[in-house]
Design a binder for this molecule. Structure first.
Ligand code: GLP
Length: 219
């Protein structure tokens, strides 16, 4: 389908991938969209088309920053509930990011990364994220999604505490080595998922689309 902003390409999925992805079956309508204006494309096609009071997951990172700026400048943004995707263990860095960069009329549901019983906190937050209307994601250079790292993630990974890979700690320039992440299993239950990536992620995105690597973004 051609539109003013982008050309959409439909990817074929091979049989092996297909039979390995049973939990994704309802979500197999995958589209790859190349556009010079990713911010406006995602805003217009996914965010502005939501009616009021929807449940949304927004990622942190540099990739969506410009889009958040445009979203904040918009008048009359409907009220939505925002659910946190991930957080460093014993930190509020990502919650602060979301509060600072997203419209203030949104209702925020954060992960308590200081909770005494962190496993209980994962279950509590996970339960709130079961019927999300729209999830926007970024991607790590190693193919991670949220903090689902390649070496410790499967399709069925739950919401949990994870150890970050060395590459992630370096790329994110952080002192933290552990984090809480929404699991792949829960992310895949979202009614719509958009993975945004810019030119700096070209290498990993090409590998994921061609199927030459098995990393969490592939799911
Ligand atoms: C972090 C976050 C991810 C995010 C990624 C990409 O690792 N945990 O959720 O997608 O960074 O960030 P950037 O957009 O800055 O490359």
């Amino acid at each position: 389908k051609r539109c003013n902003l982008a050309v959409e390409n439909f990817a074929e999925i091979d049989l092996l991938t297909f039979i390995n992805l049973p939990v994704c079956l309802p979500n197999l309508k995958r589209r790859t969209i190349f556009t010079k204006d990713i911010e406006r494309y995602v805003l217009e096609h996914f965010i502005f088309s939501l009616k009021t009071n929807k449940k949304i997951i927004f990622p942190t990172g540099n990739t969506p920053l410009e889009m958040y700026k445009m979203l904040k400048q918009q008048n009359d943004i409907p009220n939505h509930s925002v659910f946190q995707l991930d957080e460093y263990l014993k930190s509020t860095e990502y919650q602060e990011y979301l509060k600072n960069n997203l419209p203030s009329n949104f209702r925020f549901h954060f992960i308590d990364a200081f909770a005494e019983d962190i496993e209980k906190e994962c279950i509590r937050h996970d339960a709130l994220c079961q019927n999300i209307d729209l999830t926007i994601l970024g991607i790590g250079k190693n193919g991670h999604i949220a903090f689902n790292e390649p070496h410790t993630t499967t399709l069925m990974s739950p919401t949990r505490v994870v150890s970050l890979e060395k590459k992630t700690v370096e790329d994110n320039d952080t002192k933290f080595t552990k984090a809480i992440t929404l699991g792949i299993q829960t992310i895949l239950r979202s009614k719509q998922i958009v993975l945004m990536a810019k030119r700096n992620k070209r290498e990993i995105v090409e590998k994921v689309i061609s199927g030459s690597v098995v990393v969490p973004a592939k799911y």
